[in-house]
Write a protein that binds this ligand. Structure first.
Ligand code: CA
Length: 500
C-alpha cells in the first residue's frame, strides 16, 4: 500500500514534465486592468477573453514587470528585471538586439526540452549587433535566443519601419528597392507629419511627425522597401494567420508560442471590420480586435484538439494610456470606461495602473476555473514554464523569475509571489508591493538633485486605498522600512531569485 502511494506520488510529480504541455502566451499591448470586461469595469465587451477567463483562472493581482513595452518584454523573455541592464527603455527604430545571443530565455529553456518555439507579433527588443541590417540578415534576434521561427513587427508601430521580419529577413523586400531607416530626414522633400500634415488620415498630437506611411506619420524616418510594407489594418489578421499555420505545423510537438499583439498600442488602426464596433473610437475598437485574436487562437486550439494539452496565458505589457501621441479620440470618447479599473496611473507609471494588468491562465481539464488573488507577474513565466517542462534553471540567469507555477495553475493553497518590484521605462522610479502594502520611490527631479534632497518614499495601504491617494508612510515607519529594505536589496544585490 505504502509502496503504491509513493509510486503514485512520484508519478504525479513527474507527470507534467513527462507530458510537456504546450504553452501559448498571448500578450496585449497597453491593455489596462479595466480594459477587459471580465474584470468588471469595462465599457467594451471582450467575450472571447471573458470566456477564456471563465474556463480558467483570472488573477486580480496579475502584473507585468514594467510600465512600458520594451522593459516588460525584456523581462518576460529573460526573467531578469530590465532595470539591471542599461538601454532597456523603449527601443528606438534602429536599436540593436537588447538580449544577447545565448542568453537563457523562456524560449531557449523550453527548446532544451524539445519544444518548438515561435515569436509572432511585436518584438521591440532590437535586432542586429550595432543596428539592424534591414537589407541583409537581421541578427542577432529572436532566433539567437531560443526561437525557431518569428514573424515580427520589428519595433513598435508608431516607430518606423512598417515591414514584417520573418526569421532573419524583411519579408517581401525587393533588393532593387532597399529599405533605409534612420533618425535624420533623408532629403528636404521627404514628406513628414510636419510638412504634409494635411494629408494625414490620423493626425499626431505629440511627436510622431516624421515619415508618413499609410496616412500615418511615425517616429523616425525611412525610405524604400515599398513592396515589403504592410497596412496597419492588416497586422492582426496576418499574425493570426501565421500563428494558425505554425500551430498546425507543430501540433504534434510540444510548442511554445509567444503571440505579441500590437493592439491596443498607437497608432490605433484596427481592421476596417472592427472600426466603430466599440463606440469608444479606435482605442476601444482595437480592444475588440485583440479580443477577436484571442478567440481565433482558441478556436485553433480546439480545432487541433490541443485545448486540454495547452497552458494559455493572457497578459499585457503595461497599463493603459489614452492620448499617446495621436489624435484618435481616445480621450473624447472614453465616457464611463475605466481603462485602469480602480487603480491610478497607467503606462509610464509605477502606480498600480501601470503594471497591474489583465492576467488569465487556462488549461482545460487542469486548471479549475475561478479567480485568484495571488500575486503573479510576467517576469515569472520563464521559471514557471521551465518548471512545467521539467527544465532546470541556470544558476546565473532568470535572476528575478520565480516559479509560481502552482499559483498559475490554481492549485489549492498555492502561493504566488510574496512581493514584487514595479519599474517604469527605466527612469529610476520604482514601486514595490507586498500584500496590502505599496511603496513608491520617485527618482529625484532636477530641483531635488540641486537641493541634494530626494523625495521621501511613499507608502499606501492597497486594501483600503487601491488608488494610492493617501500616503501613510509617517504612520507606519516599520512597514515602510521593511519595504524600503526589500527594494534596496532587490536593486543592489543584482537578483531576487535565490541562488540554488
Ligand atoms: Ca506597451
Amino acid at each position: 500500500m505504502c509502496k503504491f502511494l509513493i509510486a503514485s506520488l512520484l508519478a504525479t510529480a513527474s507527470a507534467f514534465a513527462a507530458e510537456k504541455p504546450n504553452i501559448l502566451v498571448i500578450i496585449a499591448d497597453d491593455l489596462g486592468w479595466g480594459d477587459v470586461s471580465c474584470n468588471g469595469t469595462s465599457a467594451v465587451k471582450t467575450p472571447n477573453i471573458d470566456r477564456v477567463a471563465s474556463e480558467g483562472l483570472r488573477f486580480t493581482s496579475g502584473y507585468c514587470s514594467a510600465s512600458t513595452c520594451t522593459p516588460t518584454r525584456f523581462s518576460l523573455l529573460t526573467g531578469t528585471y530590465a532595470f539591471r541592464q542599461k538601454g532597456t527603455g523603449v527601443a528606438p527604430p534602429n536599436a540593436p538586439a537588447l538580449i544577447q545571443p545565448s542568453t537563457p530565455t523562456i524560449a531557449s529553456l523550453l527548446k532544451q526540452q524539445g519544444y518548438a518555439t515561435a515569436a509572432i507579433g511585436k518584438w521591440h527588443l532590437g535586432l542586429g549587433t550595432d543596428q539592424p541590417d534591414w537589407n541583409g540578415d537581421l541578427k542577432p534576434g529572436p532566433l539567437e535566443i531560443g526561437f525557431d521561427h518569428c514573424l515580427l513587427l520589428p519595433t513598435t508601430n508608431d516607430r518606423v519601419p512598417q515591414v514584417f521580419v520573418e526569421d532573419h529577413r524583411v519579408r517581401n523586400l525587393d533588393p532593387a528597392d532597399p529599405l533605409w531607416v534612420g533618425d535624420k530626414k533623408p532629403s528636404p522633400d521627404h514628406p513628414t507629419g510636419i510638412t504634409h500634415r494635411d494629408t494625414l488620415k490620423m493626425d499626431w498630437s505629440l511627436g510622431h511627425n516624421c515619415t508618413i506611411h499609410n496616412g500615418i506619420s511615425r517616429i523616425g524616418f525611412y525610405t524604400g522597401g515599398m513592396k515589403a510594407r504592410f497596412r496597419d489594418q492588416d497586422l492582426a489578421d496576418e499574425w493570426v494567420r501565421e500563428a494558425n499555420t505554425w500551430l498546425e505545423a507543430n501540433k504534434s510537438k510540444p510548442f511554445f508560442l509567444y503571440f505579441a499583439s500590437h493592439d491596443i498600442h498607437v497608432p490605433r488602426a484596427p481592421h476596417e471590420r472592427f472600426a466603430g464596433k466599440s463606440g469608444l473610437g479606435p482605442r476601444g475598437d482595437c480592444i475588440v480586435e485583440f479580443d477577436w485574436c484571442v478567440g481565433e487562437l482558441m478556436k485553433t486550439l480546439d480545432r487541433l484538439g490541443l485545448a486540454e494539452n495547452t497552458l494559455v496565458v493572457i497578459c499585457s505589457d503595461n497599463g493603459p494610456v489614452l492620448d499617446d501621441g495621436y489624435k484618435d479620440q481616445a480621450v473624447e470618447l472614453l465616457g464611463k470606461h475605466k481603462p485602469a479599473g480602480p487603480y491610478s496611473g497607467g503606462k509610464y507609471s509605477v502606480l498600480e495602473g501601470g503594471t497591474r494588468t489583465p492576467f488569465i491562465t487556462r488549461w482545460k481539464g487542469r486548471i479549475k476555473p475561478g479567480v485568484s488573488d495571488e500575486t503573479v507577474c510576467t517576469i515569472d513565466l520563464p521559471a514557471s514554464a521551465a518548471a512545467l517542462a521539467g527544465q532546470p534553471l541556470p544558476a546565473n540567469a532568470c535572476l528575478d523569475s520565480l516559479n509560481v507555477l502552482d499559483a498559475l495553475l490554481g492549485k489549492p493553497g498555492a502561493k504566488g509571489r510574496d512581493w514584487l518590484v514595479q519599474q517604469d521605462n527605466g527612469g529610476g522610479n520604482f514601486g514595490l508591493r507586498q500584500g496590502k502594502w505599496k511603496l513608491i520611490r520617485q527618482k529625484p527631479g532636477p530641483q531635488a538633485v540641486k537641493k541634494g534632497k530626494a523625495p521621501a518614499d511613499r507608502l499606501y495601504d492597497l486594501s483600503t486605498d487601491p488608488a494610492e491617494k493617501n500616503n501613510i508612510a509617517a504612520d507606519h515607519p516599520e512597514d515602510l522600512k521593511r519595504l524600503q529594505g526589500l527594494l534596496d536589496n532587490a536593486i543592489t544585490t543584482g537578483r531576487t531569485r535565490k541562488a540554488e
